[in-house]
Design a protein around this ligand. Structure first.
Ligand code: UD1
Length: 361
């Protein structure tokens, strides 16, 4: 029996784990042990995802959260090392670019446990982002790199990864698997549209540390969103980081804010929105999966193919940049029928890679 320890911690990792855990559970020869670092801990940032998406209960819960980067990553590293010592898995699987990702990969690597990185090869080329540091380091110590896009594969080749003893594969993006699987369930089960009402709206999220922790930048973004909201209502599920920072600065978020929502509600919000404005990585793609244009309030993105095809526009963070991008994207029409992310088959491809690697060892 192949044993896989999977480390999750932050909200987007729960969405990705929902896909891969379901596939692992359907394979006779595979067993998964889930570890939750605790990075995201409130009911609406974590529990709701386990419930709605039917993710198996984590066997280990480390309860590490709300700490500076070094302390958070260090405590996770220590906790995961203990779990790996007890569980002795054949593989360690991590997702994305968070502190939970690098902690899991580093703990396993030093114990010679092969590391599988799902969402490998993404780059923003902005070393001021904690996520960029986490993803570069995780990629470098991973044995199986599951790339969501062709761009991600190219990024790894540009960094000379073919010289390293690792497998690089374009599996596609498990977030497309999730969007396709849960889309049908969302319509029946989500009640969010009753709360929101029928008036047209723009869906917005804002939580990146590079945006929230620079007061001037944050105020610029809020001013941009305020002027957009004057013309069409902007609805923002408010991330706890953004709530905390704005409260500390004593500034109001000048749009319609709601509490963070679960995945099914999020799907419904995207589907019914006219446009998406975000600094999230995942939401840029989810907008595309549901045929919506997106504005990204950053200077660069890891999902460059969306910009190249005109589905996404980088607005930067100035009020004029945000306003201008909304004007430009509002009337745009596009054909969204193009395969950029693997059409919902990424989870199966990842499982196949694990089987192949296990047969070899
Ligand atoms: C993290 C990831 C980021 C990912 C994002 C998804 C890192 C470095 N960043 O950022 O890559 O895009 O998750 O959301 O790992 N908080 C709560 N309740 C919660 C969760 C968080 O109050 O359930 C608070 C924390 O205490 C903290 C703040 O929100 O003060 C930010 O949380 P943190 O875990 O530092 O990172 P995110 O901003 O969520």
């Amino acid at each position: 029996m192949m044993k896989i320890v999977t480390v999750v911690g932050a909200r987007p990792q729960l969405v990705k784990a929902a896909v891969v855990s379901r596939i692992i559970a359907s394979h006779d020869g595979m067993e998964e042990v889930l570890v939750h670092t605790g990075q995201h801990f409130s009911g609406n940032m974590s529990d709701v995802f386990f419930r709605e998406m039917e993710i198996p209960e984590p066997k280990h819960h480390l309860g590490v959260h709300s700490l500076p980067h070094g302390a958070m990553t260090g405590r996770m590293l220590e906790g995961i090392e203990k779990v790996l010592t007890d569980e002795q898995p054949d593989f360690l699987l991590v997702y994305g670019d968070t502190n939970s990702t690098i902690a899991g990969a580093l703990a396993a690597r030093k114990m010679f446990i092969p590391v599988v990185h799902v969402e490998a090869g993404l780059r923003s080329h902005n070393m001021r982002m904690p996520e960029e540091i986490n993803r570069i380091l995780t990629d470098r110590i991973s044995d199986i790199l599951c790339c969501p896009t062709e761009t991600a594969v190219r990024n790894l080749h540009a960094e000379g990864f073919e010289r390293f003893p690792c497998v690089i594969s374009r599996t596609g993006d498990v977030m497309q698997d999730a969007a396709m699987y849960y889309a049908e369930k969302a319509a029946g089960r989500s009640g969010i549209m009753k709360e929101i009402g029928d008036d047209p709206f723009i869906l917005c999220t804002l939580h990146r540390q590079e945006n929230t922790d620079d007061a001037a930048r944050l105020k610029d973004i809020l001013e941009g969103l305020r002027t957009v909201h004057e013309k069409k209502r902007v609805i923002m599920p408010l991330h706890p980081r953004t709530a905390k920072v704005t409260a500390t600065l004593g500034v109001k978020v000048p749009v319609n804010t709601i509490d963070p929502v679960g995945y099914l509600d999020m799907i419904e919000l995207i589907r019914h929105s006219d446009l998406v404005i975000t600094d999230s990585g995942g939401l840029q793609k989810e907008a595309f999966f549901f045929g919506k244009h997106c504005i990204t309030m950053r200077d660069e993105t890891e999902w460059t193919e969306l910009v190249e095809h005109g589905y996404n526009k980088l607005s930067g963070t100035t009020p004029d940049g945000i306003r201008g991008a909304v004007e430009e994207m509002s009337g745009r029409e596009s054909d969204f029928n193009i395969d950029l992310y693997g059409q919902g088959r990424a989870g199966e491809r990842i499982a196949a890679l694990l089987e192949k690697a296990s047969a070899k060892s």
